[in-house]
Design a protein around this ligand. Structure first.
Ligand code: NAP
Length: 225
């Protein structure tokens, strides 16, 4: 049985992705911060984990490595957006966003690397907001945008570093999704248009069928950074 680690498995895209991999016969190690994961399954292990806290990251990675010495995939889905309505750059929000959305993911992923099998896949859930190819069309989300751009560069450096080990690293843009985070950006006229089950399918396809490393994916296709 293949093993996948999915962070942020309690809600939104992480939860639907957890359900998808379980339904396909994978063993899932899912993490949450405050919301207990609302499903149980014989192949699901649950860990409380704070991606913004280095002691929690170290403890969680150690615990995963003990229970799953060989890992087939990691989906870094846990994330926050603190400045979605802000029109000014708020340094404390930017700092916190970086702790969780960039540094925490790097720390966690690096600790799991020794246990990743040849052919395994690391997926960093990124965003349109992390791209340079899309024009910035409003004043909001400075910290989130910079963090997601940084995460994309981590994907690229990982892909290069892990080439010789045959480990694939990808970024994935899930689109605008009807989750707690997605709904935060909604207005009267603009709303998320994707169900959380849809990016779960995209992530499953990426992990199981894509063997090219170092790209940014959306709806099963490469997209511009
Ligand atoms: N929704 C969208 O439209 C959209 C678009 C582009 C990219 N994304 C990205 O997709 C990913 C998932 O988003 P989502 O919409 O599913 O978000 P969500 O519904 O808000 O869920 C966020 C998840 O992250 C966990 N989390 C938050 N802070 C954490 C921390 N400090 N440590 C560990 N876990 C933490 C939450 O755990 P608790 O439930 O325990 O709090 C929850 O499981 C994020 O990386 C987001 O940036 C989303």
């Amino acid at each position: 049985m293949k093993t996948i680690v999915i962070t942020g498995a309690s809600r939104g895209i992480g939860l639907t992705t957890t359900k998808k991999f379980l339904s396909e016969g994978w063993r899932v190690i899912g993490t949450y911060l405050n919301t207990p994961i609302p499903i149980s399954h014989q192949n699901l292990s649950v860990i409380q984990f704070d991606q913004g806290n280095s002691a929690s990251i170290a403890k969680t990675a150690d615990s995963i490595k003990k229970t799953a010495p060989e890992i087939d995939a990691v989906v870094n889905c846990a994330g926050i957006i603190l400045d979605v309505q802000d029109t000014e750059a708020d340094i404390e929000k930017i700092r916190k966003t970086f702790e969780v959305d960039v540094l925490g993911i790097i720390d966690f992923t690096e600790r799991l690397l020794p246990n990743l099998r040849k052919g395994s896949h690391i997926v960093n859930i990124d965003s349109l907001y992390g791209t340079f190819s899309f024009p910035i069309d409003d004043t909001s989300s400075t910290g989130y945008r910079i963090a997601k751009a940084g995460l994309n560069m981590y994907t690229r450096t990982l892909a290069f570093r892990l080439k010789d080990r045959g480990i694939i690293a990808s970024s994935l843009d899930p689109g605008w999704v009807k989750t707690d985070m997605g709904n935060k950006g909604a207005t009267e006229t603009e709303k998320p248009d994707r169900e959380p089950e849809e990016p779960a399918e995209d992530i499953y396809h990426l992990v199981t069928a894509v063997h090219e490393s170092g790209y940014f994916w959306k709806l099963g296709k490469k997209r511009e950074w």
